[in-house]
Design a protein around this ligand. Structure first.
Ligand SMILES: [Zn+2]
Length: 218
């Protein structure tokens, strides 16, 4: 069983890269959000417990998350391994994951870090503008409207939500990067960290990540 942990800040492009890795490894991409949604949908006891927290907007406790993950990893499609995305988020969760995998005689084989400097993340995350009438989405850098501040489709003014403002993103990212750094250190100490430069093109990042996986075969 090959267990890959995919690490990166919000905006680093993990979702895009996970698809390429899944194809290469032939094992499921397990994103924490989907994991909970599936457990809730199936109405498992742990899923129902997770929902009690999610319904009130609270963080799901680590022991519940680990329980849901244990059940997921026991499913047939994960027999050869899994790509974990969104977990672990803290050093405590990384310890809990190690303990879970040790139950099965395994460990994290490789932690792939898509490394993007915080200023670049802020640039990617904070440029979002939304059409005030129909919700058409633009991005100051990646997908600008033809006329600044005006929707291409219907001519409505574009607005920026509080969540998309630079100062909001800067504050949130500072908290998230602190936790990410702890997790990165955990895997660096374990000798399984493979960091790639996430500022490059999607294809170049994919190639670097796959090169990290090649090492596993050797
Ligand atoms: Zn519009």
């Amino acid at each position: 069983m090959t267990v890959v942990v995919l690490l990166g800040a919000p905006g680093a492009g993990k979702g895009t890269q996970a698809a390429a890795l899944r194809e290469r490894l032939g094992c499921p991409h397990i994103a924490t959000g989907d994991l909970f949604r599936a457990a809730v949908r199936e109405g498992t006891p742990l899923g129902l417990e997770a929902r009690r927290y999610m319904d009130v907007g609270a963080l799901v406790p680590d022991e519940v998350t680990i329980g849901v993950l244990r059940e997921r990893l026991a499913q047939p499609d994960a027999a050869l391994g899994a790509i974990l995305d969104g977990f672990p988020r803290t050093a405590a969760q990384a310890d809990a994951l190690d303990a879970l995998l040790a139950e099965r005689g395994g460990s994290v084989d490789i932690a792939l870090l898509i490394d993007v400097p915080s200023e670049e993340l802020i640039r990617r995350l904070s440029g979002r503008w939304i059409c005030s009438t129909a919700g058409h989405v633009y991005h100051a850098v990646a997908r600008p409207s033809r006329t600044p501040g005006v929707c291409d489709v219907d001519g409505s003014p574009l607005i920026q939500r509080d969540d998309d403002r630079e100062e909001t993103i800067r504050a949130r990212l500072a908290r998230q990067l602190g936790a990410l750094e702890e997790v990165v250190e955990h895997y660096r100490a374990a000798g399984v960290l493979h960091a790639v430069d996430g500022r490059r093109s999607i294809e170049a990042v994919t190639a670097d990540l796959l090169a990290g996986l090649e090492r596993l075969d050797g």
